[in-house]
Design a binder for this molecule. Structure first.
Ligand SMILES: NC(=O)c1ccc[n+]([C@@H]2O[C@H](COP(=O)([O-])OP(=O)(O)OC[C@H]3O[C@@H](n4cnc5c(N)ncnc54)[C@H](OP(=O)(O)O)[C@@H]3O)[C@@H](O)[C@H]2O)c1
Length: 338
């Protein structure tokens, strides 16, 4: 069996996460038992939620155990199988973790899913046609529920979730407005992703200044807001929300490394009668097939052209992950393992 390089959580961050929290090791891959498959990972997904799990804190999911392989989504190829359910060569998506190979029991529900790479590249099953895409779909379709002609705003618009949100909103006849960091990301959001406008939050020192820029981008106000960031960006959008506006609270990455991100204008929830709904995509498995079907079609037909930031080799995973938490990624952050 092949040697397997792995990244473990070595210790928990005290404040900002650092490379010293992780440890690279090499382990023997165990021999397969009946019912198991050996998967060689082609790509590892790096996602913001992993930062929360590095803490030993009360949350919707158990913390990442110290001394164990970092958990995470992977796509790859079955290289050996001791079950009729999978054959060598099958392309699969699973939760293989930060390592080059995983041994998976085929009977474990939801552990592995075969994917078709005829029209959709394998890596996109970790992004637009995977968990981040379904996240955008759920927040838009089930929480914001926009009508054609309404304005939908999303923060971190060039990222894995934000880019899918834009395509899904445009498909429903909405005005899609992004917020992103820097001119290159904003250009990509409008020119390649087809958003109607994008506001560069880095050009604004405070929420009022950003809010003024949003007023121009959203002449009819904001009907729906898909929140990925929190802090100043959320304050600015709150100031532009229409009465009975709906906010899908998906993420608050500005606070993941322990910085407080107070909300400046909570009274607007009352005066504008806003609906604010947090959600966790893994708690809504019932919508995944429908969402994946729409997302696969958008990618397959070129209506959603997701961008990827690809780091090379398992050794690069910690730095790529820390960079993503600071916005150094441009699109879905992946690690290529072969
Ligand atoms: N609720 C759920 O079930 C669920 C599922 C998946 C993801 N999420 C959330 O969705 C959000 C987006 O995830 P993603 O995978 O698509 O990541 P991503 O957008 O591809 O990458 C993260 C991006 O966040 C942006 N960002 C904005 N403000 C930031 C700040 N103060 N500090 C650091 N980064 C900042 C950066 O883009 P800029 O350069 O444009 O700032 C960065 O590129 C995250 O909040 C994540 O936790 C939630």
């Amino acid at each position: 069996m092949p040697a397997n390089k792995q990244i473990l959580l070595d210790n928990r961050p005290q404040a900002e996460a650092s490379a010293g929290n992780f440890k690279l090791v090499s382990a023997e891959t165990p021999a397969l038992k009946d019912g198991e498959v050996l998967v060689r990972h082609h790509f590892l997904s790096l996602d913001p939620y992993m930062r929360g799990r590095m803490n030993d804190a009360k949350s919707y999911a158990a913390p990442q155990p110290v001394g164990q392989v970092m958990q995470g989504g992977t796509v790859g190829e079955v290289v050996e199988s001791r079950t009729p359910k999978y054959q060598a060569g099958d392309k699969v998506v699973g939760m293989g973790g930060w390592q080059e190979y995983s041994v998976v029991s085929a009977d474990q529900p939801g552990a592995l899913r075969k994917v078709d790479t005829t029209h959709v590249p394998l890596s996109h099953y970790l992004g637009a046609v995977g968990m981040p895409g379904v996240t955008a779909w759920y927040g838009l379709v089930k929480i914001i529920e926009p009508k054609a002609g309404q304005t939908v705003v999303v923060s971190a618009a060039s990222g894995a979730v934000g880019s899918a949100l834009g395509a899904l909103a445009k498909a429903r006849g909405c005005r899609a407005v992004g917020i992103a960091g820097g001119p290159d990301k904003c250009r990509y959001v409008t020119e390649e992703l087809g958003f109607d406008a994008c506001v560069d939050y880095k050009q604004h020192a405070d929420a009022h200044s950003l809010s003024k820029a949003l007023k121009e981008a959203c002449p009819d106000g904001v009907h729906g807001y898909f929140e990925n960031v929190g802090g100043m960006v959320m304050d600015a959008v709150m100031l532009r929300m229409n009465a009975f506006g709906r906010i899908a609270l998906c993420g608050m990455i500005a606070g993941y490394d322990g910085k407080p991100i107070p909300m400046a204008y909570p009274q607007l929830i009352l005066t504008n009668r806003l609906l604010v709904q947090g959600f966790i995509v893994s708690e809504h498995m019932d919508v995944w097939p429908q969402a994946l079907q729409e997302l696969g079609t958008l990618v397959g037909t070129g209506k959603l052209r997701p961008r990827e930031s690809v780091a090379q080799g398992i050794e690069s995973a910690p730095e790529a992950f820390l960079g993503m938490l600071k916005g150094r990624n441009f699109g879905k952050q992946l690690v290529k393992l072969i």
